[in-house]
Design a protein around this ligand. Structure first.
Ligand code: F6P
Length: 345
């Protein structure tokens, strides 16, 4: 008789809505369809290093689809980064390999963003069977068109922009809203367009404060005495203050129009996933279990042109998928008068 496959699941990096849906997708398919045994590692790669895990039975996977966060916990532990631990360096990759062997694992499913995929690729190169699942509200994982968590964050940010619109209008103010995204502006672009932002600033596009102020003044002259400016946290700004407060101060100084700022922060990562994220995470999770059954290791599950597929971890690890200047949504928004702050550069 064929040996039952035994697999581990971990969630690493910043949390996002849909992690539990993905864990459920992997676990239920592995148990119900493929008769595998499943364990969950606590707190991302820390659980693999410290042999901190628990058996995941099918009953534990019920009732978690809609729940935010992750039942496994997460951390930003990077096992390949040498950190002094109590005066001595622990060989974390070696510990991981030993635990993997002692637990008689056939695969570890690593759910995470770019950093997680980089580590997943290194572990795969060391001979472990690894499958990656891409998640992040930033939507910047290389090798896939979409990560789960993004749709929920767009929904949250858009709702915030809608609310800021009414108060901006009432007070005839400029409202700045800062959304997450250190390197990638997907969230700013999508929530900015969905929320009808007048100016959208992305880390990928160089902006000029003159262009930003000009747009606000033109709106004022055109009897639109309020403006909504959506900024990604990673746009160029001095250290020590938020991108939003830097832009707000500059606008107030140059235009003398009353300006207020809102930094949305971790609200964007919390709470229940949208239906689209539940479905995407479920599809990724279930497909990962299929990949394990088919022994298609060293890959990340991905969505390309609306089709589920896999991308080699070797090609994914360490890369970012950024917004390109010629993104069709940017061109459409420009044609409707939205400013990206780069008109007078
Ligand atoms: O990677 C996702 C993300 O939410 C980024 O958008 C954000 O800049 C970062 O995580 C915040 O990280 P941390 O949870 O470590 O503060």
């Amino acid at each position: 008789m064929k040996k039952k496959k035994r697999i581990g699941i971990l969630t690493a990096g910043g949390d996002c809505p849909g992690l539990n849906a993905a864990i459920r997708g992997v676990g239920k398919t592995a148990i119900v369809e493929y008769n595998m045994e499943v364990i969950g590692f606590n707190a991302g790669y820390l659980g693999l290093i410290n042999n901190d895990y628990f058996e995941l039975k099918e009953s534990q996977l019920s009732g978690i689809l809609t729940v935010g966060g992750t039942i496994l916990g997460t951390s930003r532990e990077k096992p390949y980064k040498l950190v002094k631990n109590g005066g001595s360096d622990r060989d974390k990759p070696e510990l991981i390999k030993q635990n993997y062997k002692n637990l008689r694992l056939d695969c570890v499913v690593c759910i995470g963003g770019n950093g997680t995929m980089k580590t997943a690729n290194m572990l795969s190169k060391e001979g472990l069977n690894i499958i990656g699942i891409p998640k992040t509200i930033d939507n910047d994982v290389w090798g896939t068109d979409i990560t789960f968590g993004f749709d929920s964050a767009v929904q949250i940010a858009t709702d915030a922009i809608d609310r800021l619109h009414t108060t901006a209008n009432s007070h005839q103010r400029v409202m700045i809203i800062e959304v997450m995204g250190h390197h990638a502006g997907w969230l700013a672009l999508y929530s900015g367009v969905a929320g009808g932002g007048d100016i959208i600033l992305l880390p990928e596009l160089q902006y000029n404060i003159r262009s930003v102020c000009k747009k606000i003044e033109t709106r004022y002259e055109d009897n639109k005495p309020y403006s909504i400016v959506v900024v990604a946290e990673g746009i160029e700004h001095p250290k020590g203050k938020s991108a939003a407060s830097f832009i707000a101060e500059a606008i107030q100084t140059y235009t003398e129009i009353e300006t207020r700022e809102t930094v949305l922060g971790y609200i964007q990562r919390g709470g229940s996933p949208t239906p689209m994220d539940r479905i995407l995470a479920t599809r990724y999770g279930s497909f990962s279990a299929q990949c394990i059954a088919e022994e298609c290791f060293g890959t990340m599950v991905a969505m390309k042109n609306n089709k589920l597929t896999t991308a080699p971890l070797d090609e994914v690890g360490g890369k970012l998928r950024l917004v390109k200047e010629d993104n069709p949504l940017i061109s459409k928004a420009r044609k409707m008068g939205v400013s990206f702050g780069d008109e007078y550069i």
